[in-house]
Design a protein around this ligand. Structure first.
Ligand SMILES: Nc1ncnc2c1ncn2[C@@H]1O[C@H](COP(=O)(O)OP(=O)(O)O)[C@@H](O)[C@H]1O
Ligand SMILES: [Mg+2]
Length: 266
């Protein structure tokens, strides 16, 4: 069984995502098989694994964007396969996503990007849509003058923040972040991590975060799950993963880069 997150006791652990015996593949290739995963309400789960192991594919499979060959995926206790189209939309309104690729639509301003999910799922006046978008812009620490800028006019860090604002557009309970700090310098990445931790605390978010960033894993994640060989190799607190004797986990958490972080956990 996975470890409990730091800030909750075993009795109040509600499973918001439950994946069982999942198999996903493309053509001849099987990417994952027999994969089980639980995500608990209110936790920040860090999801790690070597490049190409299927972290993004798993994320997309949970979101229903990649077909599965076998297994069940339950979100908020609902088997996603068993839902009607309207029930499905109701579940989709309760999660937000920051994709690894194509974080923003390049032809739309920041404000318009944030309003895309709002327009899809809510029917509100354009004045209210503008007010809501400005609120999200402020929430992620962007200046209000970023609202009318296009992605090409923004720095990498600002793009990530704007994409996070879009992920938060519908006040979701779960946010999926696929490598949100990749491409940012260490200070920008650290600031983004702090923002995630603050939003998680103030909004009570559940965060599913794919990351390669050891600093993030140490500073903001309650629990970590590692993907490899098509399954979850290990999950639990950072201490649990550090104690694993799996060769990839040992190399990852005890390598040169890891030792530098562990020596100075901040
Ligand atoms: N739509 C697709 N069709 C075929 N192969 C895919 C598709 N999406 C991903 N893959 C393959 O699945 C594997 C896992 O990809 P991905 O989940 O993106 O890895 P990562 O863990 O780096 O996020 C890769 O080998 C990738 O090439
Ligand atoms: Mg990926």
């Amino acid at each position: 069984m996975p470890e409990q997150p730091r800030h909750s006791s075993p009795s109040d652990r509600e499973t918001v995502i439950r994946v069982r015996d999942l198999e996903v593949g493309f053509g001849e290739r099987t990417i994952m098989k027999g994969l089980d995963l639980d995500v608990y309400r209110g936790e920040i789960l860090g999801f790690v694994g070597a490049s190409g192991t299927g972290k993004s594919v798993l994320t997309r499979a949970i979101l229903g964007l990649v077909p599965k060959r076998h297994g069940t995926i339950e979100v908020f206790g609902e088997d996603l396969d068993a839902l009607s189209a309207s029930e499905r939309r109701a579940v989709e309104k309760r999660w937000g996503v920051l994709f690894q690729q194509g974080a923003l639509f390049s032809a739309l301003t920041v404000k318009q990007n944030i309003q895309v999910p709002m327009r899809e799922y809510l029917s509100l006046s354009s004045r209210l849509l503008d007010e809501l978008a400005m609120l999200k812009i402020e929430m992620v620490g962007l200046n209000s003058d970023a609202a009318d800028k296009f992605p090409s006019e923004l720095s990498g860090g600002m793009i990530k923040r704007a994409a996070l604002a879009r992920a938060l557009a519908l006040d979701p309970e779960i946010v999926f972040l696929d490598e949100p700090t990749s491409g940012l310098d260490p200070i920008g990445a650290g600031d983004f991590d702090e923002l995630i931790a603050t939003l998680q605390r103030t909004l009570g978010l559940t965060v599913f975060m794919v990351t390669h960033d050891l600093d993030s894993l140490h500073s903001v994640c309650d629990r970590i799950a590692a993907l490899g060989e098509g399954r979850i190799l290990a999950s639990g607190t950072i201490e649990t993963l550090l104690a694993s004797d799996h060769p990839w986990l040992r190399a990852y958490f005890h390598g040169k880069r890891a030792r530098a972080v562990l020596a100075d956990p901040g």
